[in-house]
Design a binder for this molecule. Structure first.
Ligand SMILES: C[S@@+](CC[C@H](N)C(=O)[O-])C[C@H]1O[C@@H](n2cnc3c(N)ncnc32)[C@H](O)[C@@H]1O
Length: 296
């Protein structure tokens, strides 16, 4: 197995210096169905655009090292650990130390041991230059104020010949049916506000390429593609609607939403709309996601 790459300059308590811009979620209080919805994300479903490159790289070097930045509870990282194989290694990092115990459970469920976890701020990764073969993030830059700085940092810790890969949603490409008034309110006003009030970007997917260029990559180093999220099967609808009701509109963010000017009655209306939507056979929701692979 590849050795777990060593981090440097660790803060004694957290392992790194947290960036102030992201709302931390209290993972100890998340309902189980929300975990389940997040952990439906895998490398096969969320990083399919990267897998052919990963397989080619693994054929040349069975000891691949992969860094997953903003890994959350780590279901994508766990499948990466399976894919790099027993001689490779995955390091999963997140700003929020509260996710690590859950991520360890997820790794056990995936039966992978070639994975390690630590707290780290994507803006200041505590790794030396050129440490990893592959550096990946999924739905992280969309929440961060200066995403090109994170991409520059991801490029810094990538080995020459390695790749940086990112996939981010693009809220304004979201389509849904039927047009329930509470859902339209969620779609047009609330979710954009939720992301942008905290310094994030509503059009992250379409801007990924320009962010990669701003991070210092040359155009001929970058491959761009778009994927979709589609929720129309009953289980998928339930999974997505539940996480919107429990996280975006749930008790954890309720007070913050009120402070940001969202009325309690509006939140109730949007929650009811999601509850209705998830049980409708005609319900669909889809969103485009931008994807980039940057060769270093
Ligand atoms: C939407 S979740 C995505 C988790 C995982 N990548 C996935 O797609 O399932 C965003 C994650 O990014 C983390 N995050 C946000 N800002 C970060 C930063 N500056 N450094 C590291 N992680 C960060 C959050 O704590 C959160 O776990």
């Amino acid at each position: 197995m590849s050795e777990a790459p060593q981090s440097r300059q660790l803060d004694q308590e957290t392992g790194n210096t947290p960036a102030p811009q992201h709302t931390k979620i209290d993972w100890s209080n998340l309902p189980e169905n929300v975990f389940k919805s997040m952990e439906a994300r895998t490398a096969s479903t969320c990083a399919a655009y990267l897998l052919p490159t990963l397989k080619e790289m693994k054929a040349e070097n069975p000891q691949l090292t992969l860094l997953d930045v903003g890994a959350g509870s780590g279901s994508i990282s766990a499948e990466f650990a399976q894919l790099v194989g027993p001689n490779g290694h995955v390091t999963a990092v997140d700003l929020n130390p509260g996710v690590i115990p859950r991520a360890k459970v997820v790794a056990e469920q995936w039966r992978v041991s070639n994975i390690s976890f630590q707290t780290a701020d994507a803006y200041k990764l505590a790794f030396d230059d050129e440490t990893f073969d592959i550096v990946h993030c999924h739905q992280v830059l969309v929440h961060c104020k200066n995403p090109w700085e994170i991409l520059r940092e991801m490029l810094r810790v990538t080995k020459l010949g390695g790749v940086v890969a990112a996939r981010e949603g693009d809220l304004e490409t979201e389509v849904m049916w039927p047009p329930l008034p509470g859902l339209l309110k969620f779609h047009h006003d609330f979710e954009v506000k939720l992301i942008t009030d905290r310094g994030g970007h509503k059009n992250a997917g379409r801007q990924l390429l320009s962010w990669a260029l701003r991070a210092g990559a040359k155009r001929d180093q970058i491959t761009t593609s778009f994927g979709t999220w589609t929720y129309t099967e009953p289980e998928d609808r339930k999974m997505w609607a539940t996480s919107m009701m429990e996280v975006a509109l749930g008790p954890m963010l309720r007070e913050k939403n009120v402070k940001a000017g969202v009325a309690e009655a509006e939140m109730d209306e949007m929650r009811e709309a999601w509850a209705e939507w998830m049980n409708l056979d005609e319900a669909v929701m889809a969103q485009l996601h931008g994807e980039v692979v940057i060769r270093k």
